[in-house]
Design a protein around this ligand. Structure first.
Ligand code: S3P
Length: 426
């Protein structure tokens, strides 16, 4: 479906956004592993988290939608049942990689499949450490889906230094480690999002140049109540729209303020954004706060290598901020973008060219110059939710608006994107 957007006047009002996608996946997973009933409040309603729920239903876990929470009834350690068909992870890399860590330790065989995009994404990054732990996993010749995980008697703990900064790889190893008596150690030089260690209460050591995270059977999850804060990655689209619109102000409530995720706020603030964080508190172990955002003049800055993993999902929308900011915007050290739902370096560059920019594409980033010459562009989402929403936001800011092809993919993380936009634009 091609979605058309008209230029907006201003942004005004207040928004409640769906639960954070990363924390939602983990809440479903940890509740499904535990023995007994857990409740999850404000679970993401996106298709990715539905994929996680469906995989665990196939594994014999009861998951019920109640009036204002989701009830998960898990069967405890090694309590999963052999699924009758391949587990379909849809578009979700987090589902695939984290569930692989859990399934690597089971005594039955499982195959994981996914959609066209997920079937191209790299899985060697989890197969290598899990195999080192004694898991038996087969994949395609390119180490992509479908993967089959075979039964094993037991896994052995490992000490693993992450070759890429990836919370998904870190989590896969730590979740497999929950099935061993002795501790598995994961060493990360450049920190990635820390929801897994935080939500499981894992031991973390900080040395001069690395974080070391430990997991073992004693950390296996118990049933509990999860409260998912609103997704900062989803909030980023509305933040940038407000900053770039004249006479605008927006309040977004209960947004995740986890330090491993707030890089987007720091970068935008350095660019001159007026973002005020209010009512900071910790609920169910995760920090959150209310964001008051106001129209701001932005200046481009150099984006440091160390912050890239923290803002990796926000680079598409940050690029939109960069287009309207003073000076030149560019991204380097972000090769990881090539392995996301699409090759996001290619997808962003493609759409910048649609606008009329002269673009230089690097293996690990891009730069561009020139000005917008296309008056009513048709952007391509390539079926990637964050590309679709980023260029949807950009269209709302263009003099004559714009269009985004295949816009329905926004439902991967935020099915109500259009409704939320209509609520706050004037
Ligand atoms: C995620 C980690 C990130 C991120 C993804 C969600 C997670 O991926 O891009 O959207 O929930 O752990 P990597 O850890 O592979 O960088």
């Amino acid at each position: 479906m091609i979605q058309e957007f008209n230029k907006i006047g201003k942004v005004e009002g207040e928004l409640d956004l769906p639960g954070d996608k990363s924390i939602s996946h983990r809440s479903v997973m940890f509740a499904a592993m535990a023995k007994g009933t857990s409740r999850i409040f404000n679970l993401s309603n996106g298709k990715d988290v539905i994929s996680s729920k469906n995989c665990f239903r196939e594994l014999g876990v009861e998951i019920n939608a109640k009036e204002n929470f989701v009830e998960v009834i898990g069967n405890g350690f090694k309590g999963f049942r052999k699924p009758n068909k391949p587990l379909d992870a849809g578009n979700s890399g987090t589902t695939t990689r984290l569930i692989s860590g859990i399934l690597a330790a089971q005594n039955f065989e499982t195959t994981i499949i996914g959609d066209e995009s997920l079937s191209k994404r790299p899985m060697k990054r989890i197969i290598t450490p899990l195999t080192e732990m004694g898991a038996k996993i087969s994949a395609t010749d390119n180490f992509t889906l479908p993967i089959t995980i075979y039964p094993v008697e037991k896994l052995l703990p490992i000490k693993y230094e992450l070759p890429v900064s990836s919370a998904q790889v870190k989590s896969a190893v730590l979740l497999a480690g929950l099935h061993c008596d002795d501790p598995t150690m994961v060493i990360e030089k450049i920190p990635s999002r820390d929801h897994t260690e935080r939500m499981l209460g894992l031991k973390v050591e900080q040395t001069d140049n690395a974080r070391i995270i430990y997991s073992s059977k004693k950390d296996y999850p118990e049933p509990k109540e999860y409260v998912v804060p609103s997704d900062i990655s989803t909030a980023a689209f509305f933040i940038v729209l407000t900053l770039l619109s004249k006479n605008s102000s927006l309040m977004i409530k209960n947004v995740s303020m986890n330090k491993s995720r707030t890089g987007i706020i720091s970068v935008l603030k350095k660019m001159g954004a007026k973002i005020d964080v209010q009512n900071e508190k910790i609920i169910a172990g995760e920090p959150l706060g209310d964001l008051l955002i106001q129209s701001s003049g932005l200046k481009n800055i150099e984006i440091e290598e160390e912050i890239i993993p923290n803002i990796i999902d926000e680079i598409p929308i940050l690029t939109v901020a960069g287009i309207f900011a003073e000076g030149n915007f560019f991204i380097r050290n972000a090769e990881e973008l090539r392995g996301k739902e699409t090759d996001r370096i290619y997808s962003i560059c493609y759409n910048l060219k649609v606008l009329g920019f002269k673009v230089e594409e690097f293996e690990d980033g891009f730069s561009f110059e020139g000005r917008i010459t296309n008056n009513f562009p048709l952007f391509e989402s390539f079926g990637d939710h964050r590309i679709a929403m980023s260029f949807g936001i950009l269209s709302l800011l263009l003099l004559d608006g714009g269009k985004v092809n295949n816009f329905e993919c926004v439902s991967i993380s935020n099915p109500n994107f259009n409704k939320q936009i209509n609520k706050i634009v004037r």
